[in-house]
Design a protein around this ligand. Structure first.
Ligand SMILES: [Fe+2]
Length: 162
């Protein structure tokens, strides 16, 4: 498992190099885009560009650690915790453990497969965030409010920049 200090260093590096990669990010007419900035076996770094109104379902990140850092705009984040004992999707149950607005400079982390979130841009401006997933993950679970995992989705990229 990658150390928290290493995650901080990675976030700082890509925050400092923002002018290199931000102009290359694709945009959608609505929703959000996920652009990969770098990937190795231990981790990957994505930049997410959120248009106003963009939202994710409640989701996990496979078994990966997820660190987020908002660079611009603001994101409304709801955090959930799996309250069942295991990782069997058929018995999963979720509890809402917090809601908050994350603004430029704010970071967050989901440390295990039992921690989930949903993210939404409720502001009238775009938001931009960096996400470090360690290790990389290829599929993730999507859940409904009751905790039922309703889909296992592939991790996709709108752009691969590194
Ligand atoms: Fe996420």
């Amino acid at each position: 498992m990658i150390a928290a200090l290493e995650i901080d260093r990675i976030v700082a590096e890509y925050r400092a190099r923002r002018t290199e990669w931000e102009p290359l990010l694709p945009r959608r007419r609505m929703g959000y885009t996920r652009s990969r900035l770098v990937a190795c076996d231990a981790y990957e770094v994505l930049a997410l560009l959120w248009l106003p109104g963009a939202l994710t379902p409640i989701h996990d990140h496979g078994d990966s650690y997820c660190a987020t850092h908002v660079l611009a705009g603001e994101l409304n984040v709801a955090r959930y915790l799996r309250t069942d004992g295991g990782t069997d999707a058929s018995t999963s149950a979720l509890r809402l453990v917090g809601r908050g607005v994350q603004r430029a400079g704010d970071g967050d982390a989901l440390g295990s497969a039992r921690e989930l979130h949903s993210v939404e841009n409720l502001a009238p401006e775009d938001a931009l965030s960096l996400h470090v997933y360690a290790p990389r993950y290829t599929t993730f679970g999507i859940y409904d409010e009751s905790g039922l995992r309703i889909a296992l989705a592939p991790s996709r990229y709108d752009a691969v920049l590194g």
